[in-house]
Design a protein around this ligand. Structure first.
Ligand code: OGA
Ligand code: NI
Length: 369
């Protein structure tokens, strides 16, 4: 297995510092080629694109105590449809309190507004990506995205190191702990729902993730104001490499767009909702019954934006391939086995590249048909 280098190929520039310096023209290295820029706001954009949104699903009646109510067929079907059709949905009545959601966003907003020296202590390297970062990928001369981030490991315990989490502001570490603990529970429930909906035993997907040895990490994204938002992106198109993602977006500012055919749909988030999306590993396990869908983030000149992306992942050294029950003569295995450790090296070296990686896993048999 190839290893990532220790250092970044160029000196790191904090996008937030650039933004706060008051430049009116963004440096060339953030300017995307014309075909990759966000669409200009066209007033005659078809109404169905303008008004479209990812499905909103109320989880209120999904559980009986701690167990999934297999009779809650309406909710199960809504989730099934959303996983097949959109790869994205939003959930309300998910069990996490509004107070905790709000507190988690606020401590992180506060962190990004600390003096640069307080953040610089956590500067990351491409070796593990843990800490305070400003680029994804190590290619010299790459065009960069207009964002900074903080990346941390939550599970497994063997790689969790709270000392690498910010010590400031007050209560940061307890808040991360509480928030991630709640999201692990929500993901556990959704893993069961996905398994049931795929016609598998309730614990099937979780077992494929390594049972209790699954992984979890979080990336907090900070998108500073941008003086030329039409020329760049906060995060380039990508699908999430892991199992599933639970995103808590900024409650004030939109920015996330999801691919739908040839269009980009701007997500309109319901109050108190989390956004859930399928990652590449569930696309592989489900033999593409569920798809990890490309998404990107736009920036704007009026408001900064914060988002918390929580990634629920398989144990990193297990080879993953389509589950046998979903492989039939009519639907042969679409992907060859790979561990998540090997898989995520690609995005860590090349940065966000649409869906090119999961496409490259396609097993040769399929291409012959
Ligand atoms: C991500 C992501 C979207 C957002 O972190 O992978 O897609 O709205 N974030 O910040
Ligand atoms: Ni993403």
């Amino acid at each position: 297995m190839s290893c990532l280098q220790q250092e970044w190929p160029e000196p790191i520039v904090r996008v937030q510092s650039l933004s706060e310096s008051g430049v009116s023209v963004i440096p060339d290295r953030y300017v995307k080629p014309p075909s990759e820029r966000p669409n200009p706001i066209i007033s005659d954009q078809p109404l169905e694109v303008e008004e479209a949104n990812i499905p909103l699903i109320d989880l209120q009646d999904l559980l009986i105590g701690e167990d999934i109510d297999h009779g809650s067929t309406i909710i199960l079907n809504q989730i099934s449809e959303a996983c097949r059709d959109w790869g994205f949905f939003q959930v309300v009545n998910h069990g996490v309190t509004l107070e905790l959601m709000h507190r988690a966003l606020e401590v992180w907003r506060h962190f990004f507004h600390l003096p640069i020296e307080d953040k610089q202590v956590y500067a990351n390297s491409p070796k593990t990506y843990e800490g305070y970062g400003s680029r994804l990928g190590v290619e010299k001369g790459a065009i960069l995205d207009w964002s900074d981030y903080f990346f941390l490991h939550y599970l497994p315990n063997s790689i969790k190191d709270c000392n690498k989490w910010p010590a400031l502001p007050n209560h940061m570490r307890e808040t991360i702990e509480e928030y991630c603990g709640q999201l692990v529970k929500l993901c556990g429930i959704l893993m069961k729902v996905f398994s049931i909906n795929l016609g598998l035993g309730e614990d099937h997907l979780q077992k494929s993730f390594g049972g209790d040895d699954f992984g979890a990490c979080m990336r907090v994204n900070f998108y500073p104001k941008c003086p030329q938002p039409d020329l760049t992106l906060g995060l380039s198109p990508h699908s999430d490499p892991g199992g599933m993602t639970i995103l808590l977006p900024d409650d004030h500012v939109a920015g996330l767009q999801v691919r739908r055919g040839d269009s980009w749909i701007t997500v309109k988030v319901a109050p108190g909702a989390f956004i859930v999306n399928i990652g590449d590993q569930i696309q592989v396990l489900s033999n593409a019954n569920y798809r990890s869908v490309e998404h990107r983030v736009m920036v704007n000149s009026a408001k900064e934006r914060v988002s918390l992306a929580f990634f629920y992942n398989p144990k990193s050294d297990l080879p993953l391939e389509p589950v046998k029950e979903l492989v039939t003569p009519e639907c042969p295995a679409l992907y060859t086995a790979m561990t998540f450790n090997e898989y995520r090296l690609y995005i860590r070296m090349k940065g966000p590249r649409g869906k090119s990686q999961v496409e490259s896993l396609k097993s040769p048999r399929r291409i012959v048909t």
